[in-house]
Design a protein around this ligand. Sequence first.
Ligand code: HAM
Length: 420
Amino acid sequence: MSAPISFEAPRGMRDFYPEDMVWRNRIFDAWRAAAERFGFKNYDACVVESLELLQRKSGEEVSEQIYAFEDKSGRKLALRPEMTPTLARMVAARQSRLPFPIKWYTMAQCFRYERMTRGRKREHYQLNMDIIGSDEILCEAEILGAAVAAMREMGLPDTAWHIHVSSRALLGELLAKSGIPQDQHPAVFIALDKRGKISDEEIASLLRNEGLNDEAIAKTFELLAVTSLEGAAALAGEDSPALADLRKLFAMADEMGYGEILMFDIAVIRGLSYYTGIVFEAFDAQRKFRAIFGGGRYDSLLALVGGQPTPAVGMGFGDVVVGEVLRDLLGETCPIQRDGYLIGYMTDEQRPAALKLTAKLRAEGHKVDLSLVAQKPKHFFGKSGNSSALEAIYIGPDDLTAGAVQVKNLETREQRTLAL
Ligand code: HAM
């Protein structure tokens, strides 16, 4: 006899039972509401992507985590680890026809063969919001504003989290001033992004492997000690374009009502290699959890996948970490929004009346959960707690005679009469 099949989902993958969907929907509803309110248009794509496209931006962490496979015709395919290369491909395919700048959003399931830690699964959903075709810093401000709106919609107080903002362009300017040549910057970014995950000695040895001498390595670490925009200005010079962009973003965030959430943090680098300008990552105020969302400007990716050079900025906002933060801050229970009716009946004689009432209420647009069997009132009301209905209607022989039923509010226990 073969071994019994496990009831567990494969490691790192998730099942969503109805009680889990309450949480997931709370997050998805907030994402959609915020993206729509900010004027983003919805798009979607297939989960399977060509491996070649994903590997074109190779040399980074994510490409090592790809779930890749060959189809029966030998095509090299993969489950997408992120949405951005697919978005770049879709935009490049219609580049001459799209009304740039475009603002698009999607809620995409992504797969990464990650080492499993808190906040990291091998499958997650990501809200992506991207603006393509504009180099205005207002794009960054709009994307962050929409993310803030989603967090507020989910019920997270502004004081519970921060958006850490920096700029690869600024760090690039500072590295150049320290004598580190431009062609080494991408490798330096990738090494510095590992800070906190590996020791500084290990980062130093990565930098050494990239050809940096001890003096350059020391200078690189010095740059990371900068804690404010003023500190960065002192090093970069007041005429730095990257600094001007950051200042613009902070001013706009103030005007848009979320300046308090933003903070400058030169240590934000991002693990993906395609970012070129402002980068950001959101964390809970206590830094207990991993990044809630992250993104930035990626002005070269369109050209990299074969399209026309086009400026772009966007973000990915996963469902896993924010779910943990929500539970941690707001408690385990996700209050269910009770609405609609639960309808039951005593014997098969009252069933026609129950079916007619159910049909009428449903036709009026109400949610109705109809009992599938005749039940004694004790059983019907005993199980009513499992339902998400707000009101319960139980039809017995006397109600048919009276031509009216009692409608019981399951929260307040109040009753009202409804004519049949
Ligand atoms: P990312 O930082 O790799 O960026 O992912 C964005 C967010 O997705 C993370 O902050 C986290 O919330 C979530 N996430 C990523 N990996 C996992 C995982 N294994 N388990 C659970 N959650 C995860 C990107 O993916 C970029 N493509 C975002 C972007 C869009 N940049 C521009 N446009």
